[in-house]
Design a protein around this ligand. Sequence first.
Ligand SMILES: O=C(O)CCC(=O)C(=O)O
Ligand SMILES: [Fe+2]
Length: 306
Amino acid sequence: MSNEWTFAEPDLASIMDQHASPLDALADGVIPAIVLRQVFHPDSCQRLIDRLIEQQLLYDPRQPISAQFQEAAIPEGYYREGNKAGPSFAWEEKKESGRTRIDVGTSLGYRGSNKEAFLAHSAETLSLFERLFPEPTDNPIRLLYQNLQALSCGRRVETAHEPDGRRYGPAIIRAHYGGYTYKPHFDSVRLREKRADYAVHDFAHQFAGVLVLQNTCLREQTAQCILHRQLWQPKIDEILKSGKFHDFAQEQQIENVRVCLEPGDLYFFNTRSIHEVPGLAGELPRIVLATFIGYSSDRDDIFVWS
Ligand SMILES: O=C(O)CCC(=O)C(=O)O
Ligand SMILES: [Fe+2]
């Protein structure tokens, strides 16, 4: 078997041909990502962005920014641990950078410290998305779930829920303005946020499923995700927090891959792999539809949330 670390692409048929169980290959770190090209038409991406701006859910950076959006903007690197009220940072960068993110939807990482408030916010998001996506054939969340289902070898893909049936936000739309950067980090409700009081804590693996809706471009470059062939371990926490992961990766000769995507491309990766999205301060924000995914090889259900 080749030891090359290359992602599986470009469509379901060829991916299923290459891998008996692509999600297990992701879980085991055998492949860095699964990339499905052009699952959502770029025109549909643009129509959705126009609708989001029309409905004042996102702002157009070419227009003056209202106080409403300034207040809602989320700083880089931000998340909350357990039920702590204050924020933690995945890396030490608390200063006002002017790079902001607007979320349309409910983030467990951002709101999960107060479970009741999180579930109430999730319920609002579920209604918002029903209004936003009235047509089942033009619904990118449904599309993401269907593609995941097709990769899952017969498992059941559903929106994450608590035992009492209350559902989490099913996906989130994120717009990254002004060169917003995800520095090298990992995501895990289990290992990082330690949310033992949530049903999603029980899955062995966490993936991300991200559909690109708009790229940011600067001097013909686009902002893209880089995946490092390094699963998170406690010993690299300090390296991540002090912003020294690049030096470490070079020293240890850790491989990485850049996943270049166009609007309409969908990718899945293991969020325990150290990953980053260096920002570019282009005119337009990078906008994605993002999810987290809970996966255990021995379970027949897969939970999706944001
Ligand atoms: O936007 C992406 O492609 C990935 C972002 C990411 O790493 C995250 O939301 O934790
Ligand atoms: Fe991430």
